[in-house]
Design a protein around this ligand. Structure first.
Ligand code: PEP
Length: 253
């Protein structure tokens, strides 16, 4: 298990000021030390837009990659007040971008907009973390598989470079609630997602599938045995270097 590449992605959401770079400094020190033990993982942090450039400069060629939390659905410049395009993200040093987070879907992101965001981001050589997940009502009605299939097939296409796409399964009912799916459910769901991805991209090696939703230093141990899960998208616990480091430590313990 421990030798397979794992992702630990911290999504800061609306958190952080310039001095919050201290958090990344501590994570970087930990990672440099830890790498000596041959742990094979990648850390990506998505701070708010205001911090991407300074963070990306500081961690260029280091063990932390910086990404955006979202982007506009046109890929370069335009008369769209308050918007940031994939081109602009790339120019300030972002290498990843989250697309389709449930926060943004709730604010009106449609499948068509998400597809355009994916196309624009791939065109600008950004790697994509594409979020999918059912809400509480859908789970209750046993619609999880249908919802996930739709979210994947309505946006992703065979022609996309799937080497630059990562999927984050984030059940909405687990985000920020302290609730996590049962291991057996998560196993089945991640296998299902990989099956759909194999079909879309006509490949035997589909994109990585991460889990996100209330991951912390205590519950991370319960994900260790799930080889289908290639890493984690972490919200709340990524805003503290200690909590984020504890997740990685306890995953490999
Ligand atoms: C998220 O918002 O993507 C997330 C996973 O948040 P949390 O870890 O706080 O549930």
């Amino acid at each position: 298990m421990a030798n397979n590449m794992r992702y630990f992605i911290g999504n800061w959401k609306m958190f952080g000021v310039p001095k919050s770079i201290n958090i990344l400094d501590k994570i970087n020190t930990f990672t440099n030390f830890n790498k000596r033990f041959n742990k094979n993982y990648k850390i990506i942090i998505t701070p708010p837009f205001t911090l991407i450039e300074s963070f990306a400069k500081r961690f260029k060629n280091k063990s932390i990659f910086i990404g955006g939390q979202n982007c506009y659905h046109k890929d370069s410049f335009g008369s769209n007040t308050g918007s940031i395009s994939p081109f602009m993200l790339k120019k300030i040093g972002a290498t990843y971008v989250i697309i389709g987070h449930s926060d943004n879907r709730a604010e009106g992101d449609t499948a068509k907009m998400l597809k355009n965001k994916v196309i624009g981001s791939l065109n600008n050589n950004l790697k994509i973390v594409f979020c999918i997940g059912e809400n509480k009502k859908e789970k209750k009605k046993k619609l999880t598989y249908k919802v996930l299939r739709n979210q994947l097939t309505k946006v992703l296409e065979k022609k996309f470079n799937y080497n630059n796409i990562i999927i984050a399964y984030e059940p909405i009912w687990s985000i920020g609630t302290g609730k996590i799916p049962k291991s057996e459910d998560l196993k089945k769901i991640s296998k299902f997602i990989k099956k759909i991805l194999k079909g879309i991209f006509k490949t035997k090696k589909p994109p990585k599938v991460l889990y996100g939703g209330s991951v912390d230093g205590s519950n991370i141990a319960s994900f260790k045995s799930l080889k289908e899960i290639d890493g984690f998208l972490i919200g709340g616990a990524s805003k503290s270097s200690k909590k984020f480091i504890d997740i990685i430590k306890n995953y490999y313990r």
